[in-house]
Design a protein around this ligand. Structure first.
Ligand code: SF4
Ligand code: SF4
Length: 349
């Protein structure tokens, strides 16, 4: 067993290979592939690419305790203009409908606005995975207007409607700054029932449990945010905390790893397999490397079966191979198949 001490290097989680080794050497948790096979799914195959999700870097103005990217203000990894342009070319050549931009705080990448405007000009739907507080941070306060002008969909983390819970997971004063950002977005029309500007909130558990029913929690969020703060939003996504990166370390530190993995395995739901997000998305990291999803990206489990795994080397002839690739899986994947399932678009059922 890889010890927790190996997972840390200073205050940062150590390399992804150690995380993969820890998960794979865990004898108590069954193999994800064997569980899939027992439900008649011998290989997990992609069924096209409808979403290009690009992680433009690890720079962030926050350092949340559950962050699977291990992002923060001291990170320097940031997508170059060459890689950003290659992403735009792929959107066009592979006729991909949606560009989903994540980070870090994606807005802190110097090419963020260019990426958004260019993708919109191509006719793509654009999603900004926003932490909200960046919208009220010095140097970024004109972002809400830019996003509204470009009709960008905002998917924003707000793990609770209670201040103490949000600040515990995301840092001091994050809740109050998030409310300030939400009020600005509402004032521009984001999240209002008769507006085309979509504002999705994202819930993930603050502890070691699975998310509750998305529909029921959305009703609670709507009632509480409206009555307490006058905030409106379009919809709520619930997302399961994945046993990787900072959350994996947290599970170990608090003696919760075995219990959490058992919880995920016990809640395996075969009905989630068809809708797993890796089947319809391609994920790109800040350096242009290709992955099946953002979680595999964090574990550095790159796409397979291809001559090249970097977007800078892609040719049009390789796109079909990407559309029908075999997905790389591991024990972390139990996070996507537990209960109602989990994806970047919320629960799968
Ligand atoms: S805001 Fe998002 S990317 Fe930034 S530290 Fe928090 S979870 Fe990570
Ligand atoms: S972590 Fe989830 S989305 Fe990623 S490969 Fe595994 S099942 Fe698919």
């Amino acid at each position: 067993m890889v010890e927790l001490t190996l997972l840390r290097s200073g205050n940062r989680l150590a390399d992804p290979q150690q995380q993969v080794a820890l998960l794979e050497e865990d004898q108590r948790t069954p193999g994800f592939r064997s569980v899939l096979a027992s439900h008649g799914c011998n290989t997990l195959q992609a069924s096209g690419i409808s979403i290009l999700q690009i992680n433009v870097g690890k720079v962030c103005n926050q350092t949340c305790s559950h962050c699977h990217v291990d992002a923060g203000p001291d990170r320097r990894e940031s997508m170059s203009v060459q890689v950003a342009d290659a992403c735009l070319s792929l959107l066009q050549s592979a006729n991909i409908a949606t560009l989903d931009i994540t980070g870090g705080a994606p807005e802190m990448n110097p090419h963020f606005r260019r990426l958004v405007a260019s993708a919109r000009a191509l006719g793509c739907r654009v999603i900004d995975r926003c932490n909200l507080t960046i919208l009220v941070a010095a140097g970024f306060t004109d972002l809400p207007e830019f996003l509204a002008e470009q009709k960008v969909e905002i998917v924003a983390s707000l793990p609770c409607y209670l201040e103490a819970n949000v600040d515990k997971q995301r840092g001091d004063r994050v809740f109050q700054r998030s409310l300030e950002a939400l009020r600005r977005l509402n004032a521009l029309g984001y999240g209002l029932s008769d507006s085309p500007l979509k504002l999705t909130l994202v819930y993930n558990p603050t502890g070691y449990s699975l998310p509750p029913s998305q529909q029921k929690l959305e009703e609670d969020y709507r009632r509480e945010l409206r009555s307490r703060y006058g905030i409106e939003f379009t919809q709520l996504f619930t997302i399961t905390n994945m046993p990787i990166s900072r959350f994996l370390s947290d599970l170990y530190e608090h003696g919760q790893y075995d219990g959490y993995m058992q919880k995920l395995v016990d809640a395996f739901n075969p009905a989630t397999i068809d809708g797993l997000m890796c089947r319809s998305m391609l994920s790109v990291d800040w350096q242009g490397n290709l992955f099946d999803c953002d979680f595999n990206q964090m574990l550095e489990l790159g796409v397979t079966n291809l001559r090249s795994t970097n977007i800078l080397d892609l040719t049009d002839g390789m796109i079909d191979g990407l559309r029908h690739r075999t997905i790389v899986t591991g024990k972390h994947c139990f996070g996507c198949t537990a209960g109602a399932g989990s994806s970047c678009s919320g629960s799968l059922q």
